[in-house]
Design a protein around this ligand. Structure first.
Ligand SMILES: [Fe+2]
Length: 512
């Protein structure tokens, strides 16, 4: 007897078969990867889905175009239709669908659904942004490594129904297949235990085919689908969407992949990222050069959020990528070193100067406030991949923030540890003027083997109010005009897909 997969393959080999025939014959709903919305503006959002009947093997869709219908309602009960439309998708974009829904009212909720033939997607809720909102509910997420934990944090996030989810990267990890079970290894002289709870679907990913299948694997998770269906997201990638610690056109290990190989890989990764995210613009591709517009400003009531891109325009990490690196290394004082590139820095500083928002936010992949792993007065030992490796540019930004910008807040991911830190005018001098706050979400599921090193070094960092690398989770921020409340939600058991989540700590800018 033919398996369902064999039947599908046999069907797809026939000429002139429409997607509708495939779904009807196979009884398969093609909306296996859920729905999403994103890039919320006062008058528009992007709606996303992807058709994939065989998601882990390229999608399993017949070649050519497919028509997708969509409906938007003004109410959760789907009684009042706001708008309906049709769009086309094709194998050129992995049958992904991006609909720009414009002409919307600010600060309003909408509900949406896609359909093809008789097959319907889940219903998603989205919300436009609004400068007039008196408060904002913003979730901060990063680092959802598939193998090291289930995504219960995302189910908890969906329950909260935020105005927006800010994802600052490591949405997928590029690595190969690990080994199930508990692993113990030595990190910095201590035994660190972690658990692999489920496995990746291929060796390390490099081709467009690989990246598409990896996104499909992650997006098959019901909790991640629930978080996408619950709120619009704004997203910018960090390193693992392509390769660990890449910077500009430089991979982590230039001795193991040539510049040409890395460019081909980056092009594939940027294209697959667009195909799986609710963003409005595909990568610009010119020969082997590819770039994806990722940074931008979003207004949520009292908060103006600058979503940063700290990978595509970054100079290579100075003084090697060693962690902790040695800050007495001269190369890190080069004023030309940049996390963002000059154009993005000018855009950021200009926007901050003109802002009338009560809270001015930088959503940055890596930690912005310093963290030293050795005692003063020695030169600080820091993580060169974070803003600590780019201190001259950080100082320019801190000086701009100190120059009359209202309530600066930096939201960060990357380091798989929760933290609440003060940003001082001279970052390593806690007696210098306070400029703002850096709230760091831990990871949704990625491990933090350096949690012990962070803990050991806390006393060397008096600007740090809270640090904890032992728990997985995310931050809920409730922003009013005079106070920012960061609620650190953590997962009781990362090995349990239905784990309970609870509040580890609540930090208020007013108290810090
Ligand atoms: Fe990460």
């Amino acid at each position: 007897m033919l398996s369902r997969r064999d039947s599908l393959l046999a069907l797809m080999a026939l000429p002139l078969l429409t997607p509708r025939d495939v779904f009807a014959a196979a009884g398969v709903n093609p909306f296996t990867l859920g729905v999403a919305s994103g890039t919320p503006r006062a008058d528009s959002v992007i709606l996303w889905t992807r058709l994939a009947v065989d998601p882990l093997r390229g999608g399993g869709m017949p070649r050519g175009r497919a028509e997708v219908r969509w409906t938007v309602w003004q109410d959760a009960e789907q009684r009042r239709v706001f708008r309906e439309g049709r769009t086309w998708t094709s194998d050129a974009d992995a049958h992904s669908v991006h609909v720009t829904l414009d002409g919307l009212q600010p600060g309003r909720e909408y509900w949406y659904q896609f359909s093809v033939g008789d097959a319907q997607s889940a219903v998603g809720r989205t919300r436009t942004s609004s400068a007039a909102d008196r408060a904002a509910k913003l979730a901060l997420a990063s680092c959802n490594a598939w193998e090291s934990g289930h995504f219960a944090a995302y189910a908890d996030m969906a329950d909260w129904s935020p105005d927006c989810v800010i994802h600052v990267g490591d949405y997928i990890y590029e690595g190969g297949i690990g080994r199930l079970g508990v692993n113990t290894r030595k990190v910095g002289g201590r035994d660190v235990t972690s658990e692999t709870v489920r496995l990746h679907n291929s060796p390390e990913i490099k081709s467009l085919w690989d990246y598409r299948n990896r996104y499909a694997l992650y997006k098959s998770d019901p909790s991640l689908q629930a978080a996408h269906a619950a709120a619009p997201w704004i997203v910018a990638m960090d390193d693992h969407e392509i390769d660990n610690n890449w910077a500009g056109d430089i991979p982590e290990d230039p001795d193991q992949q040539t510049l040409l190989e890395f460019k081909v890989r980056k092009l594939a990764a940027l294209k697959a990222y667009y195909e799986h995210m609710p963003i409005d613009r595909p990568p610009a591709i010119n020969g082997l050069e590819a770039s994806l517009p990722m940074y931008g400003a979003f207004r949520f009531g009292p908060a103006l959020v600058h979503l940063l891109d700290t990978r595509q325009f970054r100079s290579d990490q100075p003084c090697g990528q060693g962690f902790p690196g040695d800050a007495s290394c001269d190369a890190m004082n080069d004023p030309a070193l940049t996390m963002t590139g000059g154009e993005q820095e000018r855009w950021l500083l200009d926007s901050l100067k003109r802002s009338d928002a009560a809270f001015n936010v930088l959503a940055s992949q890596t930690w912005f406030a310093p963290y030293r792993y050795n005692a003063p007065p020695e030169a600080p030992k820091v993580n060169m991949d974070q803003w600590d490796g780019y201190g001259v540019q950080r100082q320019r930004i801190i000086d701009a923030l100190a120059d009359g910008v209202s309530n600066p807040v930096v939201l960060s991911g990357d380091w798989h540890a929760a933290a609440a830190m003060l940003i001082h005018q001279r970052p390593f001098d806690a007696r210098s003027a306070r400029v703002g706050h850096n709230f760091c979400g831990t990871s949704v599921s990625s491990n933090c083997p350096w949690a012990g090193a962070l803990d050991d070094a806390k006393s060397f960092n008096p600007h740090v109010d809270y640090v904890d690398g032992t728990k997985r989770g995310y931050i809920r921020s409730t922003v009013g005009s005079g106070d920012w409340v960061a609620t650190y939600r953590t997962v009781d058991s990362p090995a349990d897909p239905a784990s309970r989540c609870s509040t580890a700590i609540e930090m208020r800018t007013r108290d810090l």
